[in-house]
Design a protein around this ligand. Structure first.
Ligand code: KMH
Ligand code: ZN
Length: 284
């Protein structure tokens, strides 16, 4: 394992794009990709701009979040046909999704999936991730050969990650990669001091990305680059480019992240480099 806890000023930067999410409606965010064609087009542009991983939520014909298995399977196939991106399906879904459909996401055979390590208040809602569900989902990723990314919304979730690894062993692929999701109303704040504290608590050898929700996007991105971490950006996490200026799409958010990574002398890594780092097998 690489020691991702230490600063790696010379290391390349993994950029994950989270283009859609489950919270925004296209009526409010017209550039949100919700159809398969829109998603594939956004994915291709974001890969060209520097993304190596795509974190995927999908929608139904009415634009509502769905975990429909045949749609997920079609989405994985279409993204693989059109891009080299590592396809990471969300197992978080929407706050209204039940545990059964969230577990069944793995049946779509993605490269990777998100795995949130605890329950968190989520604005006025609750994003439910009790221990038995976390454990079951993790065991299923190991059995299915899907590489999990551990989503950490709060410091207590880091303790749960340690418990998971102690009880069930390493993930498929052998490498632990985490994503600090910061600035959710109800989760840890999106600031440099909290980021440093969370990173210090991660398992030895883990690599990590960070994303700041809403207006915490830029401070979290700058803190993550300074601390040797990786980046997640996209309309799932922020629909604005700057105060009072809506983002024109996912591409400009990825382009900005890649530009900042380049300025930090840590340019965006390719999907192939990302597969090596994360332990995701190459496609045959
Ligand atoms: N939509 C949130 C409730 C994940 O994708 O794994 C959960 C979420 C996390 O977005
Ligand atoms: Zn998500």
């Amino acid at each position: 394992m690489t020691d991702g806890r230490t600063s790696r000023p010379d290391g390349a930067t993994l950029i994950t794009v989270a283009p859609t999410g489950a919270e925004s409606e296209q009526a409010a965010v017209p550039v949100l990709p919700i159809t398969l064609d829109e998603l594939v087009a956004a994915a291709s542009e974001c890969q060209a701009a520097g993304a190596a991983v795509i974190h995927v939520h999908i929608r139904d014909d009415q634009g509502r979040p769905t975990l429909d298995l045949s749609r997920l399977t079609d989405t994985v196939r279409a993204l693989r046909e059109s891009t080299d991106l590592i396809v990471q399906l969300s197992t978080g879904g929407a706050v209204s999704d039940g545990f059964g459909p969230r577990l069944a996401v793995l049946d779509a055979a993605p490269d990777a999936c998100s795995l949130t390590c605890g329950t968190v208040n989520f604005g006025d809602e609750v994003f439910l991730n009790p221990w038995p569900f976390i454990r079951e989902l993790y065991a299923r990723t190991q059995a299915a050969g899907v590489v999990p990314e551990f989503e950490l919304f709060d410091l207590g979730q880091v303790a749960t990650l340690h418990r998971l690894l102690a009880e069930l062993g390493p993930p498929h692929g052998g490498h632990v990669h985490c994503d600090l999701v910061m600035g959710v109303p109800g989760g840890m704040p999106g600031d440099a001091a909290t980021l440093v504290a969370a990173v210090a608590a991660l398992p030895a050898g883990a690599t990590w990305s960070a994303t700041g929700i809403g207006r915490t996007s830029i401070p979290v991105m700058l803190a993550a680059l300074a601390a040797g971490g990786h980046l997640r950006v996209g309309l799932e996490d922020t629909v604005s480019f700057a105060r009072g200026r809506p983002a024109t799409g996912n591409t400009e958010l990825v382009t900005r992240a890649a530009t900042l990574a380049g300025l930090a002398q840590r340019p965006a890594m390719s999907p192939k480099e990302a597969r090596n780092m994360l332990g995701v097998a190459s496609r045959g």
